[in-house]
Design a protein around this ligand. Structure first.
Ligand code: NAD
Length: 293
């Protein structure tokens, strides 16, 4: 049994913390939202009224927060309160520079740290089947792994500080670009009188195959479980795809990488969100291409 402080109990953090409770760990939770904290309490998480209350006696602190600025603010407060040797795990999706800064802050006071963003969405968080992409020292990874295994089914140590975030945004940049490519191909096929099924049967077994077509096909029919069959309810919301694409572009700028298609994908998703589609599944972007004359 490990004593865990879990900070940020929203759509992802709530079910992740609940799985730690189910596995027999003592979890105290803190969230700025009273309603979120109340919901977490129903899953056996002990609610804390203030951050420091959650940290008392904690051996491990997990954060699951919206953005880099939130993580840096919370980690600054956490590192003021916890003893040397405490392990801090951040599973939020944040920019690589903030992740590296957070690691450096932890190292300054002798704490262990891991960036460990996830993929698998809220369904994976509830089922305990997330994929964790971790960055940090071998010692931090070894200490965190048993807890990550409670919340996920695939745990990959990607390298040193920030490597987990780097892997996450590179993967999601591929996903954003490939989804746009698949959507364009289906719209072109429609104009050429090709049925969705025929294009799927060919492309999903030929050199066009990829996750965006084989598993998450953006038109209804060929893959019955894809969000296209459910009025594009997410799934993975377009606003989150846009967030990750923007993070990839920040990282490309600060590292000097050339990512022209990543930049184009970010612009297309920004337009899609501006048109009121941020809450829809990211594969619904196919409709924007149909409407473009
Ligand atoms: P969410 O908005 O549902 O939850 C974030 C929670 O953090 C909120 O409850 C908020 O009140 C709390 N919070 C914000 N600032 C705080 C602070 N200073 N102290 C305490 N609590 C604070 O978001 P989410 O969907 O759970 O996503 C969390 C992170 O996971 C994000 O970085 C997101 O990009 C990433 N992510 C989300 C998904 C998904 O499908 N939702 C998938 C993979 C990764």
């Amino acid at each position: 049994m490990t004593r865990i402080a879990f900070i940020g109990l929203g759509n992802m953090g709530g079910p992740m913390a609940a799985n730690l409770v189910k596995a027999g760990h003592a979890v105290t939770g803190f969230d700025l939202s009273h309603d979120v904290l109340k919901a977490a309490e129903a899953s056996g998480i002990k609610p804390a009224n203030v951050l420091t209350e959650a940290l008392a006696d904690a051996e491990v602190v997990v954060t699951m927060l919206p953005k880099g600025q939130h993580v840096l603010t919370v980690w600054t407060d956490v590192l003021r309160s916890v003893p040397k040797g405490t392990l801090l795990i951040d599973s939020s999706t944040i920019d690589v520079d903030s992740a590296r800064k957070a690691h450096a802050m932890a190292a300054d006071v002798g704490c262990l740290s891991l960036d460990a963003p996830v993929s698998g969405g809220t369904g994976g968080a509830a089922a305990g089947t997330l994929t964790f992409m971790a960055g940090g020292s071998a010692e931090s990874f070894a200490a965190a792994k048993p807890l990550l295994e409670v919340m996920g089914k695939k745990i990959v140590h990607c390298g040193d500080a920030g490597a987990g975030q780097a892997a996450k945004i590179c993967n999601n940049m591929i996903l954003g670009i490939s989804m746009i490519g698949v959507c364009e191909a289906f719209v072109l096929g429609e104009k050429l009188g090709l049925s969705h099924q025929a294009l799927f049967d060919v492309a999903s077994t030929s050199s066009g195959q990829c996750w965006s077509i084989n598993t998450y096909c953006p038109v209804p029919g060929p893959v019955p479980t894809s969000p296209a069959n459910n009025d594009y309810k997410p799934g993975f919301a377009a606003a989150l795809m846009l967030k990750d694409l923007r993070l990839s572009q920040e990282a490309a700028l600060s590292s000097g990488a050339s990512t022209p298609l990543g930049a184009e994908a970010a612009q297309l998703y920004a337009l899609f969100e501006k048109l009121g589609n941020g809450g829809r599944d990211f594969s619904a972007i196919i409709e924007m291409f149909r409407e473009t004359k």
